[in-house]
Ligand binder design. Structure first.
Ligand code: ATP
Length: 337
């Protein structure tokens, strides 16, 4: 009888619990036991084990966060930590480890793979969607839904007062949440790291000025990715206020994008990937991420998920940028009328 271990590592993402459930239930169908380690890689090193039984999984899919808890544990980069983790896994007779996390967690999984004989598999669990080799990651669409809902709320109050808002969304160093939230929230402008060239302060100020001239009674929302503007969205709002003479408000959405109940798409994705991970264990696969491409489950070597950059969908970028131009077009129509 095989025994599988599971951890959730790095930033938590809505859907991680549904994924744990799928692993435990699928494993149970194949008479495989599952042990969790709390707090990610730290939990393996410190042997914070927790048996996971199918009966414990009844009501977990609905919950955000992770029932296994997570952590950032930079010490895991050290060889001794990986060796210690390997020893703990061996003590528990574990033959495969499933790591649910983002690119950092996959680096950790890849690192461990070099010092442990068992199978190591990764499942993409991050709201940032910044892993190559999978179209989407567990938690991404829920985070976009949450950002969209927040943007809708800000829109209502902004519209009532014809205000300019800069809304900061998460994404680490990638613009997936920014792009998708900008389109879903009908933002007038978006600032994401992938734009080449990056809009300059003068361009942004000019857009705001022209939009306000054309539509003085309307709100103007800019979605801004985190870690992009030096000093953050508050500083950008301050600089734009100074440049335009119009008060620009900042609204960093922060961790509300991480929490909350996973949406249906994330629950289904999580279940699909969790089940596929157990099948990969049974097939003797190691050193791979299980992802999804064009609706099909795929197995991708772990290192290819973090060594390559994942591109934004260029059609969606063109869609958003095209609509942003329309602000000017409407302005031009009005000016020439
Ligand atoms: P997210 O981006 O959603 O926050 P993540 O998995 O990328 O998720 P990180 O904090 O970057 O989050 O990584 C999670 C953990 O993976 C780290 O705290 C560390 O324990 C481990 N890890 C990251 N990079 C490495 C590495 N190069 N070698 C070994 N372990 C690593």
């Amino acid at each position: 009888m095989k025994r599988i271990a599971v951890i959730t590592s790095g930033g938590d993402a809505p859907g991680m619990n549904a994924c744990i459930r799928a692993i435990v239930l699928t494993a149970s169908q194949h008479d495989i036991e599952v042990i969790g380690f709390r707090h990610g890689f730290r939990g393996i090193v410190e042997d914070l084990n927790q048996p996971l039984h199918p009966n414990d999984m009844r009501l977990v899919s609905q919950r955000g966060g992770t029932i296994l808890l997570s952590s950032r544990y930079p010490q895991f980069k050290e060889v001794d930590a990986a060796r210690q983790a390997a020893a703990v896994l061996d003590q528990h007779d574990i033959s495969a480890l499933v790591v649910i996390g983002g690119d950092g967690s996959f680096r950790g999984a890849h690192h461990l793979d070099q010092y442990w004989d068992g199978q190591v598999l990764g499942l993409p669990g991050t709201i940032d969607n910044d892993l190559a080799g999978t179209d989407t990651t567990i938690g991404f669409t829920t985070a976009v839904d949450t950002a969209m809902e927040a943007i809708d709320r800000i829109r209502e109050t902004a519209e009532a007062m014809a205000r300019v808002f800069l809304i900061e969304v998460m994404g680490r160093h990638a613009g997936f949440i920014g792009l998708h939230a900008a389109i879903a929230g009908s933002a007038e402008a978006m600032l994401v790291p992938e734009l080449e060239p990056q809009p300059k302060l003068a361009d942004l100020a000019d857009s705001i000025r022209r939009a306000r001239q054309a539509f003085p009674d309307s709100s103007y929302l800019i979605v801004v990715s985190e870690n992009l503007w030096p000093g953050g969205v508050e500083e950008l709002a301050r600089q734009l206020t100074q440049a335009t003479g119009t008060t620009c408000h900042s609204a960093p959405l922060g961790h509300i994008q991480r929490g909350g109940r996973p949406n249906a798409a994330d629950r289904i994705l999580s279940m699909q990937l969790g089940q596929a991970a157990v099948h990969a264990v049974l097939d003797g696969i190691s050193g791979h991420m299980i992802g999804v491409e064009q609706g099909h489950v795929v197995r991708v070597p772990l290192h290819l998920t973090f060594e390559r950059d994942k591109q934004l969908d260029s059609r969606l970028v063109d869609l958003q940028l095209g609509l942003q131009q329309l602000n000017f077009a409407s302005n031009v129509v009005k000016e020439s009328a």
